[in-house]
Design a protein around this ligand. Structure first.
Ligand SMILES: Cc1cc2nc3c(=O)[nH]c(=O)nc-3n(C[C@H](O)[C@H](O)[C@H](O)COP(=O)(O)O)c2cc1C
Length: 261
């Protein structure tokens, strides 16, 4: 089984490649937390964790999930963190949270387009396609490594969080920073895509209904009108989501078109 969390489809894509290669089920972490599904029986099969790196560490919802899970009969256990350039200490954090329950046999990271539009402009469409093509090669290598049940730390961009970046995550994931502008067309896509169901549309406008979220950025990146903002610097920035995102959440024929499509 593969436990996956994904905001904009990168981690979902990696998990889907593995799921197809090994004919194994994916469990969506956000839904599992929502419905308090924490008990699993791996029946001797591989157990994978696939998620994005946030502030050099793991998303808060992944923390919550792994703190609560109980997995019976695990086989080979692996962790894949997708990141924009530096996977930091995400794997170590995961292992720490799983202590006494599961031992991670193999850790991998995959560089994929950076979706942190609250901080940076994402790569152009062309650059993102280039990065995703390289990521697919990396994912292919990971599949082969898992097939051989290789054990070890195979990350290429891991780095100690010497600047204490992860401690800033709590502050940034405050939903007060989110808002929308006049481009909002009341399509409710933000409400639909938020994996944690933090956004509700009241009186036809989005409202962030919890004090905190994981900051996955799916709402900003998936808004077809780029109407959702975080602070005052995102209005002029681009947006990004993985092409596989359609398959996961929006369906293959979304009603609204994005950017230059
Ligand atoms: C809140 C936030 C923090 C991030 N922090 C990092 C980071 O510390 N290092 C990094 O390389 N990428 C970082 N990224 C980029 C994502 O890890 C990367 O784009 C990931 O592949 C997104 O996966 P997803 O599409 O499955 O959500 C961050 C993204 C977000 C939204």
């Amino acid at each position: 089984m593969i436990f996956v969390f994904s905001g904009t489809g990168n981690s979902y894509h990696a998990a889907r490649c593995l799921s197809e290669a090994f004919q194994t089920d994916m469990v969506e972490i956000a839904a599992a937390v929502r419905y308090k599904r924490f008990a699993y029986d791996a029946k001797g099969g591989d157990v994978g964790f696939v998620f994005p790196v946030y502030f050099f560490g793991i998303p808060s919802i992944v923390s919550e999930f792994v703190e609560n899970i109980a997995v019976k009969n695990p086989g080979h256990v692996y962790c894949i963190s997708t990141c924009g350039g530096t996977s930091g200490e995400a794997s170590e954090q995961l292992q720490e949270k799983l202590r006494g329950k599961l031992t991670v046999d193999a850790s991998y990271d995959v560089i994929m387009p950076d979706n942190a539009v609250f901080a940076f402009d994402p790569p152009s469409k062309e650059k993102a396609a280039e990065i995703n093509a390289a990521a697919d090669v990396t994912i292919g290598g990971i599949i082969e490594s898992i097939r051989k049940k290789e054990k070890g730390d195979f990350r290429t961009t891991a780095r100690k969080d010497v600047d204490g970046l992860y401690s800033k995550y709590e502050e940034y994931r405050n939903t007060e920073a989110f808002g929308f502008d006049e481009r909002c067309v009341e399509c409710r896509i933000c409400e639909h895509v938020c994996p944690e169901q933090v956004i509700r549309v009241y009186h036809r406008k989005p409202v962030w209904d919890e004090d905190k979220c994981s900051l996955c950025m799916s709402c900003l990146n998936l808004c077809p009108k780029q109407a959702l903002q975080y602070g005052d610097s995102t209005a002029s920035r681009g947006r990004y989501f993985h092409p596989d995102y359609y398959m996961w959440s929006l369906g293959v024929n979304p009603k609204y078109k994005y950017g230059d499509e």
